[in-house]
Write a protein that binds this ligand. Structure first.
Ligand code: 5RP
Length: 216
């Protein structure tokens, strides 16, 4: 990843860190952009309680002195901040490049505001495959057969015991594909995040941070 992409990720992450306030419950995403968010959040010395979407994020956050706890006794989050692999003009987002999309989607859906942070390579004219999947181990061969064009990722199983894979078939209408993936038994979660889930998109571009408008 080039230095300028890292600078853009950092700029977007720092802008998002400013959205956190004392007393908030905050969802922390996963990935190289979130890796810039965590020090920016820590530097603000806020009294916040966080939930992490991956062991890697949890480790980094705890090392930085951010309070992180389990996500089984908290019904809602004030804000969740996470990266993305692709961001379409209509607000559809593909996530899961790091295989954490199952937890990321639960955290995003539980948040009053879900803020996406990215460098300028992530906005695209239209979404293209692959779409990350988390699949149940039970009946895996049957699920793969049902889905069609899917490749298993050479990656460890998820913290929830799922198999990480990528759907490489035609994407077409994101809503239709998302519905088909969600309706396929054995698909634990897919990496397509609908616009209704996304509150704001902050994109680092050169020296500036653009706020993309999500159509209502
Ligand atoms: C992990 C994700 C990441 O947020 C997404 O892949 C973007 O990663 P990065 O910030 O490293 O570009 O969805 O599952």
């Amino acid at each position: 990843m080039s230095g300028s992409a890292d600078a853009e990720k950092q700029a977007a992450a720092e802008a998002a860190a400013e959205l956190a306030e004392d007393g908030m419950a905050v969802g922390l995403g996963t990935g190289s952009t979130v890796a810039f968010l965590l020090p920016a959040l820590a530097a603000r010395n806020l009294s916040i309680h966080c939930v992490a979407t991956s062991p890697a994020t949890e480790r980094q956050a705890v090392d930085l002195g951010i309070e992180v706890g389990p996500f089984d006794g908290i019904g809602r989050l004030d804000i969740a901040i996470d990266g993305a692999d692709q961001i379409a003009p209509d607000g559809w987002v593909i996530k899961g490049g790091g295989g954490a999309h199952f937890r990321e989607k639960i955290v995003a859906a539980a948040a009053d505001r879900f803020v996406v942070i990215a460098d300028s390579s992530k906005p695209v004219d239209s979404l293209t495959p692959p779409v990350p999947l988390e699949l149940a181990k039970f009946g895996l061969a049957a699920t793969l057969r049902e889905l069609g064009q899917v490749e298993l990722r050479d990656a460890p199983e998820s913290p929830d015991g799922g198999v990480i894979a990528d759907y490489g078939g035609p994407l077409g209408d994101p809503a239709e594909l998302a519905a088909r993936l969600a309706a396929t038994p054995g698909v634990v979660e897919h990496g397509m995040f609908p616009p209704e889930l996304v509150s704001a998109v902050l994109v680092g571009r050169g020296d500036t941070v653009e706020r993309l408008t999500i159509p209502a």
